[in-house]
Design a protein around this ligand. Structure first.
Ligand SMILES: *[C@@H]1O[C@H](CO)[C@@H](O)[C@H](O)[C@H]1NC(C)=O
Ligand SMILES: *[C@@H]1O[C@H](CO)[C@@H](O)[C@H](O)[C@H]1NC(C)=O
Ligand SMILES: *[C@@H]1O[C@H](CO)[C@@H](O)[C@H](O)[C@H]1NC(C)=O
Ligand SMILES: *[C@@H]1O[C@H](CO)[C@@H](O)[C@H](O)[C@H]1NC(C)=O
Length: 494
């Protein structure tokens, strides 16, 4: 304290002289502060540690303020209808020939005692006791219906009629019939989320087109593809049941079951309501680009697993889907949802597909480029051509240096104390082209840890991607990310 009273006046001890004498120490102090700051030690006190499952007990998370952001939901009225899983009848079309292998796909998503509905087969199959599978029905004989399509199979008629046969079972309290194939996998929580948006007392026909432009030209853009699955509201199914057999007879030349269904919808004057979370997957190759560039909508279904590569390298097909659905147990609403951020110091672009992958690329790609599905797949006509999809695609890389390093989800756990989900993603080691850019390779990271709070109500709000932040890490080879609600004024900036 410097007194200003005249009796105590000591001019030699002025403020200026104090500053002058402390200046060197002050600079030194600021320098230390700067050092600490640049190592992100000071501003992010390492008070936050969390044990990860025994397999990864070496991974300790030192989260920052970022992960402690108050995620209490902002007030919002509940939108939609109180539809629950018990209100939905799943109607699965199966063939006796492929039953032994295809039933494994059904087991992945079917929840005995919770999901309702059944499987419709052409012939009796051997049934083991207590397999967790739906009730099995044998479809009615359809030999009286004409079928003239040269490429297709007359099972299309049988499969188309399943919805009417399901209705006639008279299941109680059903609001929706959801049709699918024996190789369709549903994320049932998201089926509920999507259908809850619609009034089940009205006429709805909900599904999605093919990924292949040509398929949609040959069939129709107005048709819900059967493999991706589609939903029909109860009153519409009732109306359909009354006329379906007459309707089907009018279209002997159609190919399958879903185009027959759409023909009858047209006669009922009911248009397709598109929900892009249903996936026919009319593609070959790797689903990575498609899933990590998913539109901002819940993932409802996937299809064609016998055609596409296993979604996790080195795994069996069914096993790989099971692994993806493990993530859904923690936050089904957020499954594969995309978040984008940048490691500013190392100049990397980071693309998170929650519960599935983290991709790290050298250099900065803008969000408007990154959000587009990368062409890790080829189209249904096996042509390497970017004009054949019904959505934008981008090349996997323009420069060899931008080849993504892909980290696949290894395990997930819930940290009760901090109410957050901890996901461990490990680098898939594969050959990368030589890169001459003088910068740190993402290869130096072997594990990405993603922290996130559960967000079951995310689709009750306007669609928005989660923000992603790179957290400090003092552990070599480990990157910590946080994804969640964007803060005020938060934008994806480099
Ligand atoms: C989060 O926000 C809610 C509502 O504003 C408040 O009641 C709660 O105390 C906050 N929690 C923390 C940890 O700040
Ligand atoms: C199937 O049922 C048998 C007899 O009830 C029982 O011993 C067995 O554990 C069951 N298997 C499964 C997988 O539930
Ligand atoms: C997860 O990582 C452990 C340890 O590296 C490995 O043994 C295990 O196979 C991985 N699991 C999956 C599903 O990738
Ligand atoms: C977290 O902080 C502790 C204590 O400062 C430190 O020993 C540990 O290495 C840190 N872990 C990570 C992953 O940053």
């Amino acid at each position: 304290m410097i007194s200003t009273s005249p009796t105590n006046h000591r001019p030699s001890f002025s403020l200026a002289s104090v500053i002058r004498s402390f200046l060197p120490s002050l600079f030194f102090f600021l320098f230390i502060l700067y050092l600490l700051h640049s190592y992100e030690i000071l501003i992010y006190p390492p008070h936050f540690t969390s044990k990860i499952n025994s397999q990864h007990s070496d991974l300790q998370t030192n989260a920052t303020k970022a992960s402690l952001v108050n995620l209490t939901q902002t007030e919002h009225p509940k939108i939609g209808y109180d539809t629950e899983l018990k209100h939905i009848a799943f109607c699965i079309a199966a063939s006796s020939k492929l039953w032994e292998s295809r039933k494994e796909y059904i087991k992945l998503w079917w929840k005995p005692g919770e999901t309702r509905g059944g499987v419709w087969l052409d012939k009796k199959v051997k049934i083991k006791p207590n397999e967790s599978l739906p009730d099995i029905h044998i479809s009615q004989d359809t030999s009286r219906f004409p079928y003239t399509n040269k490429q297709g199979h007359r099972s299309g008629i049988r499969i188309s009629r399943i919805v009417s046969e399901a209705l006639r079972l008279g299941l109680e309290d059903i609001r929706w019939f959801v049709m699918g194939d024996d190789d369709t996998v549903f994320v049932v929580e998201n089926v509920v989320r999507v259908l809850s948006k619609y009034n089940h007392k009205q006429f709805y026909y909900i599904g999605s087109s093919s990924e292949s432009h040509l398929q949609n030209i040959y069939f129709s853009y107005l048709m819900a593809y059967g493999g991706g699955g589609f939903a029909i509201s109860y009153p519409l199914a009732k109306e359909l049941e009354k006329m379906q057999d007459r309707c089907i007879k009018r279209y002997p030349g159609l190919y399958g079951s879903d185009d027959r269904m759409q023909a009858c919808m047209a006669e009922l004057n009911v248009p397709l309501t598109k929900e892009p979370g249903f996936h026919q997957n009319d593609i070959y190759g790797n689903l990575l680009g498609l899933l990590s560039g998913h539109p901002v909508t819940p993932l409802v279904s996937l299809h064609h697993f016998d055609v596409i590569e296993p979604i996790f390298p080195g795994m069996e097909r069914a096993e790989s889907i099971k692994h993806l659905l493990e993530s859904a147990k923690y936050d089904s609403a957020s499954l594969i949802q995309q978040s984008i951020c940048y490691d500013q110091k190392r100049e990397w672009s980071i693309l998170v597909s929650w519960g599935f992958t983290v991709q790290i690329m050298r250099g900065i790609l803008s969000p408007r480029e990154l959000e587009i599905p990368s062409r890790t797949f080829i189209n249904w006509y096996k042509v390497l051509d970017f004009t054949s999809y019904t959505f934008n695609t981008r090349p996997v890389r323009v420069n060899p240096c931008q080849t993504p390093f892909v980290f696949y989800i290894n395990s997930t756990r819930y940290d009760k104390a901090r109410k957050q989900i901890i996901g461990i993603y490990t680098l898939h080691r594969e050959h990368h082209p030589r890169c001459k850019w003088k910068m740190v390779s993402p290869k130096t990271i072997h594990t990405v840890v993603v922290l996130k709070q559960e967000d079951p109500d995310r689709w009750q709000r306007a669609p928005r991607k989660d923000c992603c932040r790179v957290l400090p890490s003092s552990k070599k080879g480990i990157m910590y990310l946080w994804v969640g609600h964007c803060g005020e004024n938060e934008v994806i900036e480099v």
